[in-house]
Design a protein around this ligand. Structure first.
Ligand SMILES: Nc1ncnc2c1ncn2[C@@H]1O[C@H](COP(=O)(O)OP(=O)(O)OP(=O)(O)O)[C@@H](O)[C@H]1O
Length: 286
């Protein structure tokens, strides 16, 4: 056994069988995520039709559209929850269609959910530690023989979580049960849990839903700080158009599961087809 570089039984390694060898990390400006002609339907409901996008390394890419236009379905396709029936998805050059969600997470894609999905009854700290689950898979036998390694891993997990708590300024609520803290903070804990997985790509599904103006400004600041500090590429679904135009480089607009505009963010959201789609629909421009 190589003592200098022991094989950790807890770290999930991408296998070569279905995913090929780990691809080199793309340089800035190169696509990290590429979706080509994605279609997904649920019975007779066509949620996505021929949707394509490419998210470049280091950019913030906005995904917008009226309610029911297919945004969450697209994110669920990328993250493996609802694999597309047609089309292909590549992350860092590797095809990830049909790969299960936990494997996709271990490849470097983390997400937050539209509705707060935290573990009630657990503290803020423990909820964030859950984000480290991909790094903690001890079997009983492995624990017995690798206890010293487990201890090292435990320290590393805790250190990483402390770093994230510091970055997102959650120190004051770290020991609180997560359900007693305000919604804005709960959303921040969700972001922290996603960051604890050390992703290279972060997918945020309406991170500002239900927030007041002050909370919105806070979370935007934290997202931008995290992106800088952790060198992230971000795909964000958001109904607040002021946020989308302020922080995104480019955007894709969906309507009824189809693409109606894509490009530099201001061009995309001001496209006549987008304005037409929003009339009488989403009015949350604040
Ligand atoms: N699990 C499912 N079963 C059946 N239909 C679904 C399912 N998930 C999504 N849909 C349908 O697919 C379409 C797209 O829904 P989706 O949630 O992706 O839209 P959205 O743009 O994220 O909407 P919102 O902004 O309201 O979250 C809708 O017609 C929705 O009812």
């Amino acid at each position: 056994m190589d003592i200098a570089a022991p094989r950790s039984p807890w770290r999930v390694q991408p296998t070569e069988t279905d995913l090929g060898h780990p691809a080199p990390t793309p340089s800035p400006g190169q696509p990290v995520l590429r979706c080509e002609n994605i279609s997904r339907w649920f019975g007779g409901v066509r949620a996505l039709t021929d949707v394509s996008l490419a998210v470049d390394q280091g950019e913030i890419f906005g995904l917008v559209g009226p309610n029911g236009s297919g945004k969450t379905t697209l994110v669920n396709s990328i993250t493996g929850f609802y694999p597309p029936q047609q089309g292909s998805i590549h992350f860092e050059g590797q095809k990830i269609n049909g790969v299960r969600p936990h494997r996709i997470a271990s490849l470097g894609i983390a997400r937050t959910f539209q509705n707060v999905a935290l573990f009630k009854g657990m503290s803020v700290l423990d909820n964030i530690l859950m984000g480290r689950h991909a790094f903690m898979h001890p079997s009983a036998l492995a624990s017995l023989f690798y206890w010293w390694w487990a201890e090292k891993e435990e320290i590393r997990n805790r250190d990483k979580v402390e770093e994230i708590i510091d970055l997102l300024q959650l120190e004051s609520v770290r020991d609180e049960p997560v359900e007693v803290i305000p919604l804005g903070m709960q959303k921040r804990v969700e972001l922290a849990r996603a960051l604890a997985a050390e992703p290279r790509m972060l997918i945020l599904d309406e991170p500002m839903a239900g927030m007041n103006q002050e909370e919105k400004e806070y979370i935007v600041r934290f997202i931008l700080d995290a992106k800088e500090a952790l060198n992230l590429t971000i795909l964000i679904i958001e109904h607040h158009m002021d946020v989308i135009t302020a922080i995104c480089n480019r955007a894709l607009v969906l309507n009824n599961g189809s693409m109606i505009a894509q490009g530099p963010v201001r061009e995309a959201v001001n496209h006549p087809a987008v304005i037409a789609a929003y009339i009488g629909g989403v009015s949350d421009a604040a």
